[in-house]
Write a new protein. Structure first.
Length: 425
């Protein structure tokens, strides 16, 4: 009988293996926590060496993203944004200022013509900061980036009197690279040498000229972890002068964001996507488990109708999924025909763009739904910055809204989707 039992389970085992092998590569967000601490320490030490003290002084944090490689390296782009957010969350305190720039061969965008003043609400909501980070390359980008020109232009934007601005450039390589037909500023140009009279570019620790090379990990579809890194270039005023923090020190302020509904630097691998499709078109999704502890949540249901997983495959069961591991993702009409049919909801979601817009992951108490920025997430009428945990034994009304293109003639159109989600033990 043991052989017969194995034979009966074999199709499910093979299908689970298939579902795992067809997943997309993912950023391991918790792997960035150590790099965030390294960058935070680098900044604090650099300021202290130039007469400042971040324990008692405010700073103007300036984050600049090199975007020329974004189309061919979306996970690298995501890692840079995650590193930037974790740095703001861990380092910034109410009263600090934040400026953001995007650059390639020159600085081409700044969503903060006036610096954003950090408040406790900004840190708790998270989205006001994340929404500032560039998500795409420059329109018509030919690739490449000029690090020295970016430093000069950002330094000029800061103004001659700025003494509290710490410039942090995030890129795939600190070495300037020009596409065919373009030229670079070069380190001997008078404008760059003038910049160095006001700012110290921290000593290079790599052959590319980076002040630091910060590691992170990518989880491959087969589960293997791939090590990658971000080059950062840090420049600090030669004499740092920051406004005093009144009545306290930097880390005496209760700055930690709540555990519910926001990213925590090492608490979860999560934070990719959740959204969904038309209410009537969504089906009742049941993931029957093959194995797992009896106490683990056993079934995930969405809306009110049985839904057979396309192609006859079985996704990872909820009890088999590790905390932070994807249970399923959700996409609009047209996406399921091209990518991983065993892990998306029905392909008839025509009111939603043909892209992965939602993700549901295993969490300690049930599942976590995660909205891909700039989509907005509401659970039982309460807005959450991007994610929320759904505890086993309850039903939730999950609403996701955003904008996307489902018809080129109509262009960008809003969508608003309601899901009824429950997790059963």
């Amino acid at each position: 009988m043991p052989n017969l039992r194995y034979f009966l389970l074999l199709p499910f085992i093979l299908a689970v293996s298939y579902g795992q092998n067809t997943k997309e590569a993912q950023l391991v967000r918790e792997s960035i926590a150590a790099s965030t601490k390294q960058l935070q320490q680098l900044v604090s030490d650099a300021v202290a060496q130039r007469g400042g003290n971040l324990e008692s002084q405010h700073l103007h944090l300036v984050l600049a993203f090199s975007t020329g490689h974004y189309p061919r390296d979306p996970l690298g782009a995501e890692a840079a944004r995650e590193l930037a957010w974790q740095l703001v969350k861990d380092l910034a305190t109410p009263g600090d200022k934040l400026s953001v720039f995007a650059w390639e061969l020159d600085v081409y965008d700044s969503p903060t013509p006036e610096p954003l003043v950090i408040t406790q609400a900004v840190l708790e909501q998270e989205r006001p900061v994340r929404d500032l980070f560039p998500k795409t390359a420059r329109v018509g980008s030919a690739g490449g980036h000029d690090t020295e020109r970016a430093l000069v232009e950002i330094g000029r934007h800061m103004g001659e009197g700025s003494r509290d601005a710490v410039l942090i450039l995030l890129t795939n390589s600190a070495a300037s690279v020009a596409p065919k037909g373009a030229s670079l500023l070069g380190s001997n140009e008078p404008s760059y040498r003038g910049f160095l009279q006001r700012y110290d570019r921290l000593q290079a620790t790599t052959a590319t000229g980076a002040s630091a090379q910060l590691p992170y990990e990518i989880r491959q579809p087969d589960g293997e972890l791939l090590s990658r890194s971000i080059d950062v270039v840090v420049a600090v005023p030669r004499q740092f002068v920051g406004r005093p923090i009144e009545g306290r020190t930097r880390y005496e302020v209760p700055r930690q964001v709540p555990a519910e509904g926001v990213h925590q630097g090492g608490s979860s691998i999560a934070l990719l996507v959740i959204g969904a499709g038309a209410l009537a078109a969504l089906g009742f999704l049941v993931y029957t488990l093959i194995a797992g502890k009896a106490s683990a949540p056993r079934t995930l249901r969405i809306v009110g109708k049985d839904f057979e997983i396309p192609g006859g495959g079985w996704s990872v069961g909820l009890a088999e999924a590790r905390v932070g591991e994807e249970v399923l993702h959700i996409a609009g009409g047209g996406y399921a025909e091209r990518v991983d049919k065993t892990r998306v909801l029905p392909k008839s979601l025509r009111s939603v763009p043909p892209a992965q817009i939602a993700r549901i992951e295993r969490s300690p108490k049930g599942v976590r739904v995660i909205a891909l920025p700039p989509n907005r997430l509401t659970v039982d009428g309460v807005d959450y910055p991007d994610s929320h945990e759904l505890v086993a034994g309850r039903e939730y009304r999950v609403c996701v809204s955003g904008e996307g293109v489902t018809n080129p003639v109509l262009g960008l159109q809003p969508f608003n989707v309601e899901l009824h989600v429950s997790v059963e033990s």
